[in-house]
Design a protein around this ligand. Structure first.
Ligand code: GLU
Length: 286
C-alpha cells in the first residue's frame, strides 16, 4: 500500500516536439529514483500551451518512452483536462490581492527596459519592470471593458509580505539546502493572455495533487523552483524534494532543444540504435 513516505516521482514533458536525448536522461533518472526506493513513477503531459502542443507529439511521447523501457501508471494526467483547477487557484490568489492584470506586450516591456540591459533571471525571461503593477482598479477595469487583453502577474512583494516569516527554503539532492530567491524571477505571469494559466501555476498544483515528493528535472528549471516554493506556501501545498540534474549537451557542446531539432529518440531508433545504447551513453549515476 502507498504511504506518504513512498517516493513518488514524475516525468512531465510538453508535447511541443519529439523527445530528445536530454528528455530520455531526465525520464530515466526519474524512474530510477522511484525504483531505488520502491516508489512510484508517474508521467504527466504538460499540454496547456495549445498554440504549440500537438497530439502527434503526445502520441510520440508514449511510444518513445515505452521503447526506452519506461513504464508508468495509468491514467496519465493531461494538464489540458484540468484547466478549472488552475482557475480555482488563480481565483484564490486574486481574492487575496496578490495578482494584477498586465496589459503589456513584449514590445512594451522591451521599450521600458530600454538599453539598461538587465541580467535576465533565465535566458528567456527578463525581470518585468512593473509597468502595470500600480494601475488603479478603475483603470484596469476600463481597459478590460474596452477589450484589451491581459495576463495576470504575481505581485511578488505583496506575496512575500503575505506569508510573513514562513520558511521558504527547499532542498536539492545535488546542491543541498537552498534559501529562497524568488526575487530572481520578479512578478511572474501566472495566467497567460492566451491560455489563462501558466507553467509555474499548473506545475505546482499538479505536483501537489499528484503527491509528488521528488521532482527530478533539468537544471535549467532551478531558478523557477524559487517561485514554485513561494507558490506552494501561498497555496498551502507541501514542499517536495528536488533534484536538478545536469543537462545533456549535443556534439557541439550546446544544450539540446526541441526547437533546434536535436537528435530525437526516434531518429536514434530509426538509425538502428537500441534503448540500451542510449542508457549506456548516460551511465546514469547522477
Ligand atoms: N514541461 C516542462 C518541460 O517540458 C518540464 C516541467 C518540469 O519538469 O517541471 O520542459
Amino acid at each position: 500500500m502507498t504511504t506518504s513516505s513512498t517516493c513518488i516521482t514524475r516525468f512531465a514533458p510538453s508535447p511541443t516536439g519529439f523527445l530528445h536525448l536530454g528528455h530520455a536522461y531526465s525520464a530515466l533518472l526519474c524512474q530510477q529514483a522511484a525504483e531505488k526506493q520502491h516508489g512510484r513513477f508517474l508521467l504527466r503531459i504538460e499540454d496547456i500551451d495549445f498554440t504549440r502542443c500537438r497530439k502527434e507529439y503526445e502520441d510520440a511521447i508514449y511510444e518513445d518512452l515505452a521503447w526506452l523501457g519506461l513504464r508508468w501508471e495509468d491514467p496519465v494526467r493531461r494538464q489540458s483536462e484540468h484547466l478549472a483547477e488552475y482557475q480555482n487557484a488563480l481565483e484564490l490568489l486574486r481574492s487575496r490581492g496578490l495578482l494584477y492584470p498586465c496589459f503589456c506586450t513584449r514590445k512594451d516591456i522591451q521599450r521600458e527596459l530600454g538599453n539598461a540591459n538587465p541580467t535576465p533571471a533565465t535566458p528567456d525571461e527578463a525581470l518585468y519592470p512593473g509597468i502595470c503593477r500600480n494601475l488603479s482598479a478603475d483603470e484596469s477595469q476600463a481597459r478590460i471593458a474596452k477589450g484589451e487583453t491581459f495576463s495576470l502577474r504575481l505581485n511578488l512583494e505583496r506575496a512575500l509580505h503575505s506569508i510573513g516569516d514562513q520558511d521558504l527554503s527547499w532542498h536539492d539532492q545535488k546542491l543541498g539546502q537552498q534559501q529562497n530567491r524568488a526575487h530572481l524571477l520578479g512578478d511572474v505571469i501566472l495566467a497567460r493572455k492566451d491560455i489563462h494559466t501558466s507553467y509555474h501555476l499548473s506545475v505546482v498544483l499538479d505536483d501537489a495533487l499528484q503527491q509528488i515528493n521528488l521532482i527530478t528535472r533539468g537544471e535549467d528549471l532551478f531558478t523557477a523552483t524559487h517561485i514554485h516554493r513561494l507558490l506552494q506556501a501561498l497555496l498551502d501545498l507541501p514542499t517536495p524534494n528536488y533534484h536538478h540534474h545536469a543537462l545533456i549537451k549535443d556534439e557541439q557542446g550546446t544544450r539540446m532543444a526541441k526547437r533546434k531539432k536535436s537528435l530525437s529518440l526516434r531518429d536514434l531508433r530509426h538509425a538502428g540504435h537500441s534503448p540500451q545504447y542510449i542508457i549506456d551513453r548516460f551511465a546514469i549515476d547522477d
